[in-house]
Design a protein around this ligand. Structure first.
Ligand code: ADP
Length: 187
């Protein structure tokens, strides 16, 4: 089972993805986590990514496509995976399709975690106080929302054409939303 979590920054897709991953016993792979780790370790990828990341811009596809290819081909992903925070562009979506198809697999479902923008902004301000992520400043966050709207939201139509999208209202308690995810996935 290969699942994609799609949704704006701050929608809670990471939280829901972690719960779902545990229930389905599948790995959750988050490109954001991989990029943050690479920045912490100051690897070549991390150093290239940092300027974009801090501003709230997407790390360019020329850097991220290889990362996606690599994680999807890894042994950990062979029985399926929950994709958190990718694909985020059309080119990334095409790499996901290509790698999965090469293995006789495919994207099985896309869960769209839906949250209104004003709610996202107030969540971000709460989280920034707790976690201090370098891209949780008001400016970077606003840019991440705009980037989502322009570059990632078009993927909703791309996957709707294949009838893969289930929208999950992402407002409520973590448990309420987890229950909606459970119903959408069927287990
Ligand atoms: P959020 O969904 O809250 O924005 P993420 O951890 O998914 O959090 O992403 C944080 C940042 O990491 C993005 O703004 C971007 O700079 C970078 N990033 C993460 N995943 C990708 C990706 N698939 N393609 C390009 N950039 C990415």
């Amino acid at each position: 089972m290969n699942l994609i979590l799609l949704g704006p920054p701050g929608s809670g897709k990471g939280t829901q993805g972690a719960l779902l991953a545990k229930r389905l016993a599948l790995p959750k792979i988050a490109t954001g986590d991989l990029i943050r780790a690479a920045m912490r370790e100051a690897t070549p990828l991390g150093r290239k990514a940092k300027g974009y990341y801090d501003q709230g811009l997407l790390v360019p596809d020329e850097i991220v496509l290889g990362l996606i290819d690599e994680v999807l081909r890894s042994d950990a992903a062979k029985d399926g995976v929950i994709m958190d925070g990718f694909p985020r562009t059309r080119a990334q979506a095409e790499v996901v399709d290509r790698v999965l198809q090469g293995d006789g697999h495919r994207v099985d479902a896309v869960l769209l975690v839906d949250v209104p923008e004003d709610e996202l902004v107030s969540r971000m301000m709460g989280r920034a106080a707790l976690e201090g992520r370098s891209d949780d400043t008001p400016d970077a966050f606003r840019r991440r929302l705009a980037v989502y709207r322009e570059q990632t939201a078009p993927l909703i139509a791309f996957y709707r054409e294949r009838d893969l999208v289930t929208a999950i209202p992402g407002v409520g308690t973590i448990e309420e939303i987890a229950e909606r995810v459970r119903q959408a996935v069927g287990r």
